[in-house]
Design a protein around this ligand. Sequence first.
Ligand code: AVJ
Length: 324
Amino acid sequence: KRDSGIALVDRDEDGVDRAFRADVLKGLRQRQKAIPARWFYDEEGSRLFEAITQLEEYYPTRAETEILEARGKEFAELIGPGRAVVEFGSGSSVKTPLLLRAIDPAAYVPLDISGDFLRESAAGLAEKFPGLPVHPVEADFMRRVTLPEEVEPLKKLGFFPGSTIGNMVPRTAVDLLRSMRATLGADEGESPLLLIGMDLVKDRAVLEAAYDDAEGVTAAFNHNLVTRINRELDGTMPEGALEHSAMWNDALARIEMHLVATRDIVFEVSGERFAMRKGETIHTENSHKFTRRSANLLLLAGGWTPEKRWLDPDERFSVILARA
Ligand code: AVJ
């Protein structure tokens, strides 16, 4: 077992996260500049995301929580007791207890690449559910993960709330769904279940407001990436000349977040020079939205058969139960 929260972060002699630097430099060299959304979540980014979930315009967290609150009895009937709940990403403060309380599981296994988040949420959960064995695993769940041997004999339920799957392009999402099957033992003759949150296609204005709120919290979340690059990678990116933008891409059914140059700019990151023309953008996030059919198709392509779908009363968000 690991006891260090930075065990999976590979740092150079100056303490720079090598993967962060490699992703940023590679992304800035591309014709369409792009930085993977996972780098939003340093301490400040995580705090800003929490603030986003409280915003009037940002409906997904509230809508999904409503579903989990309302459907506990159905979860209990369809899933049954005694499963090991394997959460992909360390537990969110509100959603995980709702599920655990509903289904009477035999163990809880949060998987996260960040040991710090993992230990925090595992400790909180263990306190709320005395008697429930909690086995945190520090791992990159984009790959097949070996689960603790204590939960090996148990039936598994994967839990992947938050529409985090929507951050991935379909090819990556399918890879992840297939890794989840393997992690949950689908190839060993088991029949694991997956409970997954997927946000729905809706009116463009509602979607764009959810990712460009009036208070500017999402803009601050996007800008924090620039602050982080300047701080951690010796960057000189002019924050004031990079403007937050959130646009619905209808052909690809996704909200795209970009940082738009408001004038011609040049800057350095880790000693390498970059230039952007006025209007040129850095693509910082995709948030795919789904229809009933597109959600089912994605799950099927990833090796999961949808069995049941629930919506919130306003039909903004879906939670789907699927079987491998
Ligand atoms: C955490 C990926 C679900 O895409 O809605 C919120 C992240 N980005 N506002 C989402 C996010 C901007 C969020 N997910």
